[in-house]
Design a protein around this ligand. Structure first.
Ligand SMILES: *[C@@H]1O[C@H](CO)[C@@H](O)[C@H](O)[C@H]1NC(C)=O
Ligand SMILES: *[C@@H]1O[C@H](CO)[C@@H](O)[C@H](O)[C@H]1NC(C)=O
Length: 325
């Protein structure tokens, strides 16, 4: 009896030590061959931009225009927008992912007032996605925070209004914001061809990542379960989620209140998610490379891998880029 008590006491001690180790190991080690991004600079220098209502810009979305559009302004398009009112989806273009980027002459290409469709305080968080069924570029954006809409274009600058892709009620009765969407091909196309991660805020004021799925990129069904809810490493909010594949593994990449950008493994159903985040990137703290790293958009092209992101404090961010060197 005595021995047994002692053994179970030892077991309890071991279990509590194990739990303590797991709780303190809030970030998983980076897998072999993980990309190490080095800061390269700011793309949206406010003083250099004609359309600059608020001195800040968020949520880069890079689109390979030269591959899809007839006579594009440049090989690559980069959509972005101010966060604060009035927002306004804006465009820069370049023949190289390394820049220099040229501001489109008449930004914004989508503004907060669109006659016959909506008039809202702001539109922001543009996501450019080529829809092969429609044979057009779809740009998703939120405005205001309770809806994510989309618009369609053949040239990247003149748009037809699409509609509302997701609204609060589609996520359940507690959802108060439905914004910061990224759209991509569903990695398991057996049921849905397209998928979306977006940020749902709720009555508890915790921002989580939600999943929506679609047959056509226009009509969406929201899954009742979260993809990522913040844990002790992340803090109160997670947002800006995107799908990324690296070395044959899918990840959901996203930013958090901690100011860092993380990755968690995810399966092709987009429902089995790793418990512990892996650090994707954080600011080095050297020179201009300070503050938050948010809204990641990773592009691999011709053997080079780039990270486009939102850099700096939440309401004074700029679009920055980093590269695996
Ligand atoms: C909504 O919030 C209430 C109060 O926190 C909670 O009891 C309920 O389970 C939530 N409903 C859903 C669908 O999340
Ligand atoms: C969560 O996000 C909201 C809105 O972006 C922000 O006001 C709040 O400060 C965030 N909370 C934390 C702890 O970062």
């Amino acid at each position: 009896m005595k021995t047994r008590t002692k053994a179970s006491g030892t077991l309890r001690l071991l279990v509590s030590m194990l739990v303590a180790t797991l709780v303190s190991a809030q970030v998983a080690p980076q897998p072999d061959g993980w990309p190490q991004f080095t800061y390269q600079g700011i793309i949206t220098e406010p003083s250099a931009l004609k359309y600059n209502p608020t001195g800040e810009f968020i949520f880069p979305s890079v689109f390979h225009a030269g591959y899809y559009l007839d006579e594009p302004l440049g090989e690559w398009y980069l959509y972005y927008a101010p966060h604060d009112n009035p927002g306004g989806v804006s465009l820069m273009y370049s023949d190289s992912l390394e820049g220099p980027w040229t501001e489109y002459a008449s930004n914004p290409v989508i503004s907060n007032v669109w006659a016959g469709h909506y008039s809202v305080p702001h539109v922001s968080s543009a996501m450019a996605f080529w829809n092969p069924d429609a044979g057009r570029l779809f740009v998703y954006f939120h405005g205001s925070n309770s809806v994510t809409r989309w618009a369609e274009t053949d040239d990247g600058v003149t748009f037809d209004y699409g509609g509302i892709a997701v609204r609060n009620s589609m996520g359940g009765p507690n959802v108060t914001e439905s914004s910061y969407a990224r759209v991509f091909f569903h990695p398991d196309p057996s049921e849905y061809k397209y998928a979306m991660f977006y940020m749902g805020n709720e009555l508890d004021n915790v921002r989580r990542i939600r999943l929506a799925e679609s047959h056509n990129g226009r009509d969406w069904v929201v899954d009742p379960d979260y993809v990522v809810a913040p844990g002790p490493e992340e803090g109160a909010n997670v947002s800006g989620a995107n799908l990324w594949e690296w070395n044959d593994q899918l990840y959901v990449v996203y930013h958090a209140s901690s100011g860092k950008t993380y990755a968690r493994t995810i399966d092709s159903s987009l429902r089995e998610v790793g418990e512990v985040p892996i650090l994707l990137h954080k600011a080095s703290g050297v020179g201009d490379d300070v503050g938050r790293v948010a809204s990641p958009d990773i592009v691999t092209f011709e053997e080079e891998t780039y990270l486009f992101y939102e850099s700096g404090a939440r309401l004074s961010a700029l679009i920055a880029w980093a590269k695996v060197v």
